[in-house]
Design a protein around this ligand. Structure first.
Ligand code: GDP
Ligand code: MG
Length: 296
């Protein structure tokens, strides 16, 4: 007796539909200029997504306002198309007076939620709403080796209430491994002390495997990263790396930095979950607040 009806092909049916539509991933980078934001994004996605040189020249003039730039890139791997939006926030925290420097960032994030909600509420809804909501905010911490700056704490607190924030220790090649570990522990303690709740959040739906994975991610955060757009030759093989007076930092070597962990996390293990969490937690909080306000 053959009882097979074939509904197990639903996963292939879904896959086909999704592949046709493609995926969209929106990342915001936040941090002082010169911390290697553009470089890191280029290193992760392995192409010249943001022009670092243009930025360097512009850096000579300190910008008066936070100007938010949105650059889209289409990347494809094995037939899977990803539209990657990088929202760059140059000049953040560079002013003498940084009061409220986070406001344009928060406003940008909320504006995307608001635009999405408006589209959802229109009578004739698009079949597929263009998603500009920020799925991940990479927060760059200066590699001082001391502690977070008071401004970092304020901004992390504000951002973490509206978006998935992933802090990284920028340019970690400037710290020794001991310094780096001590810095990381101090940052963790500060985040805990200031009750800054970061992604990945605890979820009852997670199975044991997911819980273990998220635990290892929480342990790694903030990722100590090194970025480079240049190749250096190690053992006759070109690798992404930086040459300094003492030797070569191989960006992809896990003994040198945690770049590979961050890239795996962003692209291989948590891409879909970052998108889902944005919709289910951050957007949902925004949406219910807006709708409640409408009722009153
Ligand atoms: P942004 O202003 O934050 O976007 O910084 P950029 O990506 O433009 O980088 C500023 C400068 O720092 C450039 O000269 C980069 O080559 C350099 N840089 C970027 N990442 C690293 C890193 O991980 N380590 C070191 N030592 N230098 C870096
Ligand atoms: Mg930049």
């Amino acid at each position: 007796l053959n009882t097979y009806v074939g509904f197990d092909t639903i996963t292939q049916q879904i896959e086909k539909k999704l592949l046709k539509r493609g995926f969209q991933f929106n990342v915001m980078v936040v941090g002082q200029s010169g911390l290697g934001k553009s470089t890191l994004v280029n290193t992760i996605f392995a192409s010249h997504l943001i022009d670092t040189k243009a930025r360097l020249e512009a850096d000579e003039v300190v910008r008066q306002t936070t100007e938010i730039e949105n650059v889209s890139h289409f990347i494809e791997e094995n037939g899977v198309r990803l539209k990657l939006n990088i929202v760059d926030t140059p000049g953040y925290g560079d002013q003498v007076n940084n009061d409220a420097c986070w406001e344009p960032l928060i406003k940008y994030i909320k504006d995307q939620h608001s635009a999405y909600l408006r589209k959802e509420l229109t009578a004739v809804r698009d079949k597929y709403i263009q998603d500009t909501r920020i799925h991940c905010c990479l927060f760059f911490i200066a590699p001082t080796g001391h502690s977070l700056k008071p401004l970092d704490i304020v901004v992390l607190k504000k951002l973490s209430q509206v978006v998935n924030v992933v802090p990284v220790i920028a340019k970690s090649d400037s710290l020794t491994l001991e310094e780096r570990q001590a810095f990381k522990e101090r940052i963790k303690a500060e985040l805990h002390f200031h009750e800054i709740r970061l992604y990945p959040y605890e979820s009852e739906e997670d199975d044991e495997q997911e819980m273990a994975l998220n635990e290892s991610i929480r342990d790694l955060i903030p990722f100590a990263v090194v970025g480079s757009e240049r190749n250096v030759v190690i053992d006759g093989r070109p690798v992404r790396g930086r040459k300094n007076r003492w030797g070569v930092v191989n960006v992809e070597n896990e003994n040198h930095c945690e770049f590979v962990h961050l890239r795996n996390f962003l692209t291989r293990t948590h891409l879909q979950d970052l998108i889902e969490t944005t919709a289910d937690i951050h957007y949902e909080a925004f949406r219910s607040k807006q709708l409640l306000a409408l009722k009153e």
